[in-house]
Design a protein around this ligand. Structure first.
Ligand code: GLY
Length: 423
């Protein structure tokens, strides 16, 4: 078939009169050429995406193999890189402890390399005592990420019990007279709830599934509903912290702890909200959560300060933009959330996929992806807590949750049919 002679998809008349067809049906000719060109462009994009995901997985395999070898003691968890490049390590009670075993489980899932499974078990089991920890709201991050993944693989009674007990501990932080799960116990707050807490609700839904006890699920729904009511501004950006009166649930103050200022949109907070309400829809099929997730996605993706390469600045309202830091972890969380959300919104599926791919393509380039060094993490340029300053705030650092959500997003992207990846 020779496309250039104009005999492609043509009427009889055009086929027998190629010259006439070319002048009278020029628009058709152009459309055919454009269709063919975009087919090849999409195919090339799909190949490029798949290649960059494979490269990131290979980098993670090598980085995490060397981490497992180096940090043989499973009571210690790598959290991030310090400004001097050395490693910041934590104990099981830190809110970031679940991400390292979480990444090991993801790598096991993607490679089926039993060395990752053994390491994932080793660093998960060392978290066991945290199932009784009632001083934190972060049990979804700490416990559901590793034990949820491990339970899917091992189907063992002991992980199931740990998930259920962790949910029980988290549920102790829900007080019916307020109607939400309390995030922090420290001053100056009274009954603070942070948007990040949306990420811990998955643990409660899973505990209801495992036990048949609806109470966990009801707490998650009440929490999300109160969050929807009080945490969001008219443009669907979210406050970081809402402090409530512990006697009646009235709002005392809306503010930030990790963002630029009280009225700014802290990037990772927006990412947590997007991911959290997408998960709410997964478990409830209630359209109000889907609408909320779509609105948050619109806020992020259409924001004038959202960079063309898809990796947000650490706060959408930092007046120094573009001369300030990116938060690659927020990019990874957004990509992963969009790859789930697209499944629920056929009309936006293509747009969300394209945006997620854009982020992942950026994060898998050498500017963001480390194949060696970097504390054995793969993702560079994350911002943990900017107001704390460079020495302690994990600014422009590698942080374990950046890696975890990047790997999760890549895993999700790799499950999408190759034919769709170019879209
Ligand atoms: N507290 C979770 C975060 O820093 O994103």
């Amino acid at each position: 078939m020779n496309i250039l002679n104009g005999n492609f998809f043509l009427s009889k008349q055009a086929v027998y009169q190629p010259c006439n067809w070319f002048t009278r049906n020029g628009w058709r000719y152009k459309m055919v050429l454009m269709a063919v060109a975009s087919f090849f462009t999409l195919a090339t994009m799909a190949q490029r995406n798949v290649a960059s995901y494979d490269k990131a997985i290979a980098a993670a395999v090598s980085q995490y193999k060397s981490a497992v070898k180096q940090y043989a003691d499973s009571s210690i968890y790598p959290r991030s890189t310090k400004p001097d490049g050395s490693l910041y390590t934590i104990k099981s009670e830190d809110w970031c402890s679940g991400f390292f075993p979480g990444s090991l489980w993801l790598l096991y899932g993607m490679t089926k390399d039993v060395a990752f499974k053994n390491a994932a078990i080793k660093w998960s089991v060392a978290l066991e005592k945290e199932q009784f920890n009632t001083t934190t709201h972060d049990l979804g991050f700490m416990m559901y990420i590793p034990f949820g993944a491990g339970y899917q693989v091992l189907k063992n009674e002991s992980y199931k019990k740990i998930i259920i007990q962790s949910a029980k501990s988290l549920a102790t932080r829900f007080h019916p007279n307020v109607g939400v799960i309390k995030s922090w116990d420290f001053k100056p707050y009274t009954y603070p709830v942070i948007i990040d807490n949306m990420m811990n609700l998955e643990l409660l839904f899973e505990a209801s599934k495992l036990t048949g006890d609806k109470r966990f699920r009801e707490i998650a729904i009440k929490h999300a509903d109160y969050d929807m009511q009080h945490h969001f501004r008219k443009d669907y950006s979210s406050y970081h912290v809402v402090d409530y009166d512990s006697t009646n649930g009235k709002v005392i103050r809306k503010q930030t702890n990790q963002g630029y200022n009280d009225e700014s949109a802290w990037a990772r907070g927006q990412a947590w909200g997007l991911y959290g309400f997408t998960v709410m829809y997964r478990y409830t099929q209630n359209k109000k959560y889907l609408d909320q997730a779509n609105h948050i996605a619109d806020f992020i993706l259409n924001h004038p300060n959202y960079p063309k390469d898809g990796v947000p600045f650490w706060d959408f309202n930092d007046p120094k933009i573009p001369n300030t830091y990116r938060d690659a972890s927020a990019g990874a969380i957004i990509a992963s959330a969009l790859l789930e959300l697209r499944k629920y919104v056929p009309s936006k599926s293509g747009v969300y996929l394209k945006q997620a791919q854009l982020i992942l393509n950026t994060l898998t380039q050498p500017e963001y992806l480390a194949e060696k060094g970097n504390g054995n993490f793969i993702l560079k340029h994350c911002v943990g807590n900017w107001p704390k300053g460079k020495a302690t705030g994990e600014i422009d650092a590698a942080i374990n949750y950046g890696d975890y959500y990047l790997l999760e997003a890549i895993d999700r992207a790799r499950r999408i049919k190759k034919s769709e990846l170019g879209k």
